[in-house]
Design a protein around this ligand. Structure first.
Ligand code: MOS
Length: 721
């Protein structure tokens, strides 16, 4: 198998995107389209008792208003081991502020909006709602602890201990592409166009809600304008819109306004991380206790235990005790947002490591290099590959770390600006799902590859193209990559940085089968030209191959789950090894002496993601992850007004994200060593590890600049004054 480094080549969709030619879900034009708008509840909890629709129906252009009585009852939970129920459609019970209780359908978008604004329901509010994790009425729900060795005993042997609590706030993804669903029913088949990282998940959720068979439903998401996990799980509006299309017999399109997205999409929950680390007399970490909890809805499934996973993989300590809990309150369900657990947990843990290194008067890079992890201590298995130390050494070299003076406040610019240099590491689990791919090369010069994968802006088409074009002499300009479409191939959710590693091995094997099939077809005939020419010369219109890839440790059961649209993930804890991606970030912060404004002029990041398939998109992923980490560290928080529940700053004017002026130089490089076992190309994963630990590097840099230790993100001017 071919695992040579890949060359730097342009993205396959670059021209299409910069010209605005790429078609996103809400761009699909359909004759007879109805425009829709949801009507959100303005209570935090309770019941809608009446929805007068007359005023809305009097708005010219409004065709219909659907309320709870127009929808089938919610699907009941399947019970232990079964899949979680799909998001409910429209119900009179209100679980969170902003939940939709009606949908208005109209000939124009303007009429739909005006109709929605005309609806004034009667409510029976439940005033005893719980808006925050500390509010009365919260319910703490611990999950299974994660343990290695005996942390309590080891802690008694520690001579230096550090313990502190770190907080990561609630945050919302804000992709440029809004959440939207466009659906139509024709010839007994419902077609749904939606920006989703999971056409299979949307298909399953809509199908269960509307009681449709799998062959009655097609979901298409060929391009996504930013996913980040917001589009990874079933969306609230999908089945509502699909049902409206079936009831009216017309295509229906809904694009959620950003304010409604804040209330109905998943989000990064507020999380708290209590960490205690003990070091022995030689200054090595020997015991860790980690207690994490996070904000959760009353029925949400987003798990808290994964906060405990990354830290033990980075340092190899053998005595570890981690506990985690949900804290249930009255909110919509939180969920996956880029680097969902490792970003908050490595902010916490890598800040704690920095604090301990300072107590021990050790350089924070040298301190980390004294702790090498070669095994996963939780499962007592070797890592398949771990180049974290190479990332740290290479990062320190590129950054010029040896010019750092240790004392906080000791590095300044001539104008008095305080300079801080911070470092932190990150780890992210590697998952792989099965894939079934079809590759067709045609004599007319075209090629089609269909498989499970979603393009959300990360560049997955470019990674597939890299492999096919390197392996096969085909025309790359006429290569169709049919992904994110349940009618093209069985689909799986694309998230968790598992997309590339789950699809490029299938592309590699398909290419190798294609070469074999062509050789068989040609026999001992000598035929020149590329594959298309060769097929033409032997008068063969096309040649197709199909491959099925099942990840190591999986079998027919997982393959069947995948084919039925379910989650079928292998890893990071494989039968004989554990696989994580790693990264080291070095950050320079500048703190203005009077205003205390923090700037980040320079970041150096070195990643171990296994083999890099597309150097162009990989570097872009790391720049994006670092940018978001800086934004998370310095800017982003979604606020709750506890009197009313819901989200207060639900627009991009008040939900502040990093802009160009906040971002300086980001120097990205890769170890680019293929993992020897995880898949045929040695690809681990990158999109999320890119962000992990970088917020801690900012915090550690601020401490180095100012002597102030900040343990709750975001770090704003008022925090430092
Ligand atoms: Mo990601 S948060 O798993 O799309």
């Amino acid at each position: 198998m071919s695992v040579e480094p890949f060359p730097d080549r342009p993205r396959v969709d670059a021209h299409e995107k910069v010209r605005g030619a790429a078609i996103y879900a809400a761009d699909v034009a359909l004759p007879g389209l109805l425009h829709a708008m949801l009507v959100p509840a303005t209570i935090a909890k309770g019941r809608v008792t009446a929805v007068p629709v007359e005023a809305a129906l009097q708005v010219p252009g409004v065709v219909r208003v659907l309320t709870a009585t127009d929808f089938p009852p919610p699907v009941q939970p399947a019970g232990a081991g079964g899949p979680p129920p799909p998001p409910p459609m429209i119900t009179p019970e209100i679980a969170y502020r902003g939940q939709p209780f009606a949908i208005v359908l109209a000939e124009t978008l303007e009429a739909a909006i005006e109709g929605a604004e005309a609806i004034r329901p009667d409510y029976a509010p439940d005033l005893a709602f719980t808006p925050l994790i500390d509010s009365p009425g919260h319910r703490r729900e611990p999950v299974e602890p994660i343990t290695a060795g005996d942390a309590a005993d080891a802690m008694t042997r520690a001579v230096t201990r550090h313990s502190a609590e770190y907080v990561s706030p609630a945050q919302h993804h804000n992709p440029i592409e809004m959440l939207s669903t466009t659906a139509f029913w024709a010839d007994g088949v419902l077609t749904v166009h939606e920006g989703t990282q999971s056409t299979s998940g949307t298909k399953g959720a809509v199908g269960r809600n509307l009681r449709l068979e799998p062959d009655q439903l097609v979901v298409k998401s060929p391009q996504i304008g930013g996913g980040f996990g917001q589009k990874g799980t079933p969306q609230r509006q999908s089945a509502i819109v699909a049902h409206a299309a079936m009831l009216t017999g017309r295509p229906v399109k809904l694009v959620l306004p950003r304010g409604q997205i804040f209330h109905n999409a998943s989000f990064r929950p507020r999380s708290r991380h209590r960490i205690e680390i003990g070091a022995d007399a030689t200054g090595k970490m020997i015991a860790v206790r980690y207690d994490a909890d996070h904000q959760q809805s009353r029925s949400g499934q987003f798990p808290p235990a994964e906060y405990l996973e990354a830290a033990p993989q980075m340092y190899g300590f053998t005595d570890y005790h981690g506990t985690a809990a949900n804290v249930r309150i009255d909110t919509q369900s939180p969920g996956y947002m880029r680097a969902p657990h490792p970003h908050p947990s490595c902010f916490a843990f890598e800040s704690a490591v920095d604090e301990l290194a300072l107590m021990l008067e050790q350089d924070p890079v040298a301190f980390r290099l004294r702790h090498e992890a070669t095994i996963d201590p939780i499962h007592n298995r070797p890592h398949s590959s771990n180049h974290l130390h190479s990332c740290l050494r290479e990062g320190a070299r590129r950054f010029g770390w040896d010019r750092r003076t240790a004392a906080p406040g000791s590095m300044t610019l001539p104008d008095g600006t305080l300079v801080g240099w911070g470092v932190a590491s990150g780890a992210y689990p590697v998952h792989i799902h099965p894939n079934i791919a079809t590759l067709t090369v045609r004599a007319d010069g075209t090629t089609r590859f269909a498989a499970a994968a979603h393009e959300m802006g990360q560049g997955i088409r470019s990674t597939i193209e890299q492999v096919l074009v390197r392996e096969l002499d085909i025309d790359p300009t006429r290569l169709e990559l049919a992904i994110g479409d349940t009618s093209a191939a069985a689909q799986h959710t694309t998230a968790g940085s598992w997309g590339t590693g789950s699809v490029v091995p299938a592309a590699l094997e398909a290419a190798s089968r294609m070469k074999a099939a062509l050789a068989e077809l040609l026999g001992d005939r000598q035929v020149g030209g590329n594959l298309h020419r060769q097929l033409a010369r032997v008068k063969r219109p096309s040649l197709s191959v199909e491959v099925t890839r099942i990840p190591y440790g999986q079998g027919q059961k997982e393959l069947a789950t995948f084919q039925q649209g379910g989650m079928a993930l292998a890893g990071p804890f494989f039968p004989a090894f554990t696989t994580f991606s790693f990264i080291a970030h070095f950050v320079e912060v500048h703190v203005e002496p009077r205003t205390r404004r923090v700037r980040v002029p320079r970041v150096v990041s070195v990643a171990d993601c296994g083999r890099v398939v597309s150097p162009r998109t990989a570097a872009s992923q790391v720049r994006g992850g670092v940018t978001w980490a800086i934004s998370a560290a310095l800017r982003e928080v979604t606020e709750v007004d506890p009197r009313y529940g819901g989200w207060l700053n639900n627009d991009l004017a008040d939900y502040v994200v990093a802009v160009n002026a906040d971002i300086g130089e980001i120097d990205v490089s890769f170890i680019d060593e293929p993992d020897p076992v995880v898949n045929a190309l040695g690809v681990k994963g990158l999109g999320e590890v890119a962000m992990v630990g970088c917020a801690a590097a900012v915090a550690n840099g601020i401490h180095h600049a100012t002597g102030r230790r900040l343990r709750e993100m975001p770090f704003r001017i008022e925090t430092l004054l």
